[in-house]
Design a protein around this ligand. Structure first.
Ligand code: ME8
Length: 517
């Protein structure tokens, strides 16, 4: 049976244009989607935009627009950036779409029918930036200011509908404890567990409709209330599959992809995904996603990126990097600079250094040396390998480690492990060329078979490296594979080392990664 793989990104707010953080999660999701698609899995990749809520209402008012007009304007920036960055999402959900709104209402209807929702009144400190109530103690600790953006908290008191979150937390704790994969990385899982142990209150899930100027999804049981943003937003992962069924043309269209394989998110929104979302699903009697993976935070030259400091790597800067280097180099760098799950710092200097070391002098140089030598010594046709010996062992072992570990690395969302293995293989092969000195052997006709083995080894090694880089650097890896004479998918592994590209006709081409000064 074909394996399914359903990967999602957060749906991004449309109160502002995209930046590096948004592109990070989306690129990571795209790499996973490409990787598993290439292995024949049935992949579904979803991204989209979160369009309701007070933030959007305010941002629109400041611009003299309606929230819908603002959303329609900003969504284009996300969609066009994803196109530029070669993102292969299968669907793009907007929470203002009727297919979503109607299903959120159905979800609420079901929860009301199960007595999972009740009416109460809420009073508390509210962080308008984060759209969440803050507990008294947290508010006090932060001097009644937002811990995120420093703006004063607002005192809110209003009738509200509540979801019985606290009822479900014991079951959630059991689930987290029994499923080590559910919250990743492990450190984040521990954070969630200790916060849960401190106790959780029921969740306010509605706001007075008038406060939102009518923008939002109406509570089906009370037209004076709108659905609070997190319930609306989180549901997108499910509604985009046409679930629950409501009798329209989207019904169950992607039902086979549920439960999701992984929700990729930033660590800022882990609590919502690791607590609110699974409790809601349990209350609805819907299976839980396999994994919620929270990646770390990008800083800029050591400082937190923030609007007030004006140091976000903006959409314009992303475009500049893509022009100076390439889209693929940008995609690669985001995965290369940081261990996925940890925080990272974005610096133009590091990008340059890593680019020159690993791409220009690394895989780029290896490819051009290989293609040139095969051109010169074997008239451009990859020769069959002779007997392999001790000299080849390190290259072969590195190649095997990369190939056999790739799927595991990607199943564990460890892009850096895959990239480390690519670097090891490339370095081992460049060293191998230096040690075996084919340029000397070429002068000695008695060494013809040895020379053939070396060329076949180099061609196979660089082919393997490029094939593994393809989900990360789709355009460039393909260009490289074409230089090796590989036009379709990279040929499968064959039992004997050095056979993989036998007879392939190499084509000398442009350097993949010209050195940067
Ligand atoms: O939170 N470093 O939307 P959002 C890394 N609509 N990633 C970053 C980042 C940074 N400095 N800044 C942002 C929302 N991100 C909600 C989500 S989901 C049901 C609703 C990324 O536009 C990261 O993925 O504020 C983070 O989780 C997301 O942008 C937040 O995007």
């Amino acid at each position: 049976m074909t394996k399914t793989f359903y990967v999602t990104t957060p749906i991004y707010y449309v109160n502002d244009v995209p930046h590096i953080g948004h592109s990070y999660t989306t690129i990571a999701a795209d790499i996973l989607a490409r990787f598993f698609r290439a292995r024949g899995w049935d992949v579904r990749f979803l991204t989209g935009t979160d369009e309701h809520g007070i933030k959007i209402v305010k941002a629109a008012a400041e611009k003299g627009m309606t929230p819908q007009e603002l959303a329609d304007q900003v969504v284009v920036h996300f969609q066009s950036l994803w196109k530029e960055l070669n993102i292969t999402n299968d669907d793009f959900i907007r929470t203002s779409q009727p297919r979503h709104e109607k299903r959120v209402q159905e979800i609420i209807r079901q929860l009301v029918a199960k007595d999972e929702i009740y009416q109460g009144s809420y009073e508390g400190w509210y962080d308008e930036g984060q759209e969440e109530f803050v507990t008294e103690s947290t508010a006090r600790e932060n001097e009644y200011k937002s811990a995120i953006n420093g703006k004063p908290l607002v005192r809110y008191s209003e009738p509200s509908y509540f979801f019985r979150l606290s009822k479900w937390t014991p079951k959630l704790i059991e689930h987290i404890e029994a499923n080590a994969d559910f919250i990743q990385p492990a450190a984040r899982r521990n954070e969630v567990l200790s916060k849960l142990a401190a106790g959780v209150e029921d969740l306010s899930i509605s706001r007075a409709k008038e406060k939102l100027g009518g923008w939002g999804i109406e509570m089906p049981n009370d037209p004076t209330h709108s659905v609070y943003v997190w319930i609306d937003a989180l549901s997108n992962y499910y509604t985009a599959l046409g679930r629950p069924a409501i009798g329209d043309e989207y019904d169950d269209a992607g039902a086979k992809y549920w439960p999701a394989t992984v929700h990729l998110i930033g660590k800022d929104i882990l609590w919502f995904h690791a607590v609110y979302w699974p409790c809601m699903l349990m209350a609805l009697d819907v299976p839980l996603p396999r994994t919620v993976f929270a990646h770390g935070w990008w800083t800029s030259n050591g400082k937190k990126m923030s609007k007030s400091l004006g140091n976000f790597v903006s959409r314009e800067q992303i475009a500049e990097i893509c022009t100076e280097y390439s889209v693929d180099v940008y995609r690669w760098f985001l995965m290369r600079a940081v261990t996925f799950g940890g925080d990272g710092d974005f610096s133009a200097q590091t990008l340059r250094t890593k680019y020159n070391t690993e791409l220009a002098n690394g895989v780029g140089n290896l490819l051009s040396r290989t293609v040139n030598m095969i051109g010169r010594y074997f008239e451009g046709t990859v020769p069959p390998a002779g007997e392999v010996g001790p000299d080849e062992q390190e290259v072969i072992a590195s190649a095997q480690r990369l190939v056999s570990g790739a799927e595991q690395a990607m199943r564990n969302y460890q892009f850096h492990v895959l990239l480390d293995d690519v670097v090891s293989l490339v370095d081992a092969t460049n060293r191998y060329i230096d040690q075996t000195a084919p340029f000397k052997l070429a002068k000695d006709p008695s060494q013809r078979s040895r020379l053939a083995t070396i060329m076949a080894t180099c061609a196979q090694a660089v082919c393997i490296a490029l094939a593994q880089l393809e989900p990360i650097m789709p355009t460039t890896a393909r260009l490289g594979l074409e230089q090796l004479g590989v036009d379709g998918p990279a040929p499968a592994e064959s039992a004997a080392w050095g056979e993989r590209l036998k007879g392939s006709i190499v084509k000398k081409g442009e350097g993949l990664f010209p050195r940067k000064q």
